[in-house]
Design a protein around this ligand. Sequence first.
Ligand code: PLP
Length: 397
Amino acid sequence: MTTLEKIKKYAMPNFGERDFVVSRGKGCALFDDKGKKYIDFGAGIAVASIGHANARWVRAVAKQAAEIAHCSNLYVTKPNADLCEALVKRIGAGKVFVCNSGTEANEALIKAARLYGAKVAGEGKKFRILTARDGFHGRTLGAVAATAQAKIQHGFEPLLEGFSYGNFNDLASFEDLMGDDVAAILVEPVQGESGVTPATAGFLKGLKKLARKHKALLLFDEVQCGFGRSGEFLACQRYGVKPDGVSMAKGLGGSFPIGAVWLSRPVQDIFTPGTHGTTFGGNPLACAAALATIAELDSKKLCANAKAMGEYLDSKLKAVAARHAGKIKLTRGLGLMRAVLFCDGYKNTDVCARLRKNGLILIPAGANALRFLPPLNIKKSDVDAAVKIFDKTVSEL
Ligand SMILES: *Cc1c(COP(=O)(O)O)cnc(C)c1O
């Protein structure tokens, strides 16, 4: 039986039809099981932030695996302590909880918001959470309730209570929903899954004011846009808006599954023993992978590289869009989180398949878009090579 036949027979069909078997990667190159090379500007959905098989990362993961990979949170390990310190140093005064994925990080934020609301207003009085339409926060049931998209929520009703949805970049719609019963506002500074829409600075600053006025927490989901991708360590730092809590995952482990939550000093101790936990979260192997990724980010100045390469990529994509005005509607994004939106009549998933045939990997997103989420250490020549394939492929449409 081939690998594809086996997957079809034994793996659940969550992910639709797939026809591509990956065998290895190096930097922003990916190879399939027949040895064909692709330029990977998807990075496993913004996960391989320092490229595939990065030498520092491979050394760190192998070394830690040979020492101790897991011991549970009944005990303490140095990599876990070092990672919490590293995140606090980059984000601000506060504390960190380490988990395993983006949706788990958001569940922790949701639970923290509920505890905070009960603490300041009494149980059952301040529990609502406002989120934005077309946001994406994950696939567990709390995160599904936070994700205001019919395609994510359909079939799972009744959903967790207490969520209300405003429109992204429409402050007035959040003001309409706001009240003293709101415990938190949770948004992505750059909406990723729905097509890479950056927030306006006015929107994020307005949400902060609104949250302050009603003693609610301002929480940012930086699972996709965080960890250097925006050009700063966190996207909210590019906007100059400091939240009360942040969720991270995707790029944090440089390909190793890990998530994390940061809470600011006034709420950093909201979780007390017994209120929240995890068996795998914060294990030394995942933390060593994240520490190696942060070390690579620092030593190679990858936030600055993401900003510069992001602008370079954007200028090249704008030129392609201008050449194919009837096919590409617009381009948008921030740092190395970019998207092109296709005109009606051109389907993003079809374009994606054709791009792969030509040797370029991109990621479809809602709104008929394709996302460019390359590793943060790409060079100009990588952008040139990717855009050349992209331009050629759009010409063929
Ligand atoms: C991917 C994503 C999540 C979910 O992360 P998982 O690791 O898949 O659970 C949550 N929020 C945002 C913004 C994401 O992009």
